[in-house]
Write a protein that binds this ligand. Structure first.
Ligand SMILES: Nc1ncnc2c1ncn2[C@@H]1O[C@H](COP(=O)(O)OP(=O)(O)OP(=O)(O)O)[C@@H](O)[C@H]1O
Length: 327
């Protein structure tokens, strides 16, 4: 039974010049005790998907179609503000991409926590600060950080504090959107370690980890979902996605991370003469057929005409590519 079950999800930015189809027909499941990485180039819809799953759906973003069931609650059947009240912080919590700005600069960390917990869950200040102290202790974070203003914390400490805060109420699913992208490599490691800690200590059941960088995702995720142009193109266990990518887009992404491991290089050797050139397409008028076809070195006629849904090529391995359809 999935913790999170998403069906036919469509969420568009409704602009005057057209709708940006940032999440366009997504089916996915997140199960208990897994860390799922969502990867793809900038602009492929990862942040939009994260926002929708966290029910942060404000204009111009609109939920156009589909169903989201979180821990048995079909949140798409309830008005969004009410759904948010029911699940935010307890079933699902998010560390947003602009996390550096997620804290309020004029509030000490503890006052920020108190405000958020009061507003979202009606928890009194004293109790909120006790909860925060306990969680900081459990995660070996310095409790004195609670008395500081955000600008007094280092980037890594701010990010780790946000992980602690997002998980205060032990949400079933934590969504972390590019939590390490603005940090240097050694700070990234400490932030990843804190994320792993909230998972291993059972403060969250599962994590969705979003990043454009497969190399980072690889360090923490047990399963990977690859997104391209508002759609999922491939899903599989991390090792298999890394060592045996199927979709040409995943292969080119893998090749571009220049891994030194010989087996991995060999497996993606078939794309060694190609590069991931150009940009992802406009999501106002995405290409017909497979959205990757204009950049795909292996595109066939059918790819330009017909869209394909996910096919299961092996147990737990899904890909959306005509190359894998048996003729
Ligand atoms: N507020 C907005 N209004 C209009 N279009 C938007 C808005 N936010 C994002 N988009 C568009 O939606 C598409 C998906 O963007 P999104 O930020 O979800 O992608 P992403 O994969 O998370 O990329 P990044 O890592 O750069 O955030 C892009 O075409 C983007 O330009």
């Amino acid at each position: 039974m999935a913790l999170l079950d998403v069906e036919r999800l469509r969420a568009y930015y409704m602009l005057r010049r057209g709708s940006v189809k940032a999440v366009d027909g997504i089916d996915m499941q997140i199960y208990e005790r897994e860390i799922v990485g969502i990867v793809g180039e900038s602009g492929c819809g990862k942040t939009t998907l994260a926002r929708v799953l966290a029910l942060d759906i404000t204009p111009p973003l609109k939920l156009v179609d589909g169903r989201i069931v979180i821990d048995d609650i079909d949140v798409t059947q309830i008005p969004i503000p009410e759904a948010r009240k029911r699940v935010s912080g307890t079933k699902v919590a998010i560390i947003p991409q602009a996390a550096m700005n997620a804290l309020v600069p004029t509030l000490r960390v503890r006052d920020f926590i108190a405000d958020v917990l009061k507003e979202k869950r009606g928890i009194e200040k004293k109790e909120a600060i006790e909860l925060a102290k306990k969680r900081f202790e459990e995660l070996n974070l310095p409790i004195r950080a609670l008395d500081l203003y955000p600008f007094e914390l280092s980037g890594g400490m701010r990010q780790r504090a946000l992980i602690a805060l997002a998980t205060l109420l032990n949400p079933s699913i934590l969504i972390a959107d590019e939590p390490t992208s603005a940090l240097d490599v050694s700070t990234q490691k400490t932030v990843l370690a804190t994320l792993y800690e909230v998972y291993s200590k059972g403060f969250v059941k599962s994590i969705i980890f979003i990043s454009h960088d497969i190399a980072t995702v690889r360090q923490i995720a047990t399963r990977i979902i690859v997104m391209y142009a508002g759609k999922i193109v491939e899903v599989g266990p991390t090792d298999e996605i890394i060592e045996k990518p199927l979709h040409p887009y995943t292969k080119l992404l893998m090749y571009s991370i220049l891994t030194p491991e010989i087996q991995i290089r060999k497996r993606v050797d078939e794309v060694k003469h190609y590069r991931l050139v150009g940009e992802p397409p406009s999501l106002i008028n995405p290409p017909q057929g497979c959205r990757f076809h204009p950049r795909c070195p292996f595109a066939m006629d059918i790819c330009r005409k017909e869209e394909l849904t996910m096919i299961e090529v092996e147990p737990r391995r899904y890909v959306s590519c005509w190359l894998y359809v048996k003729k």
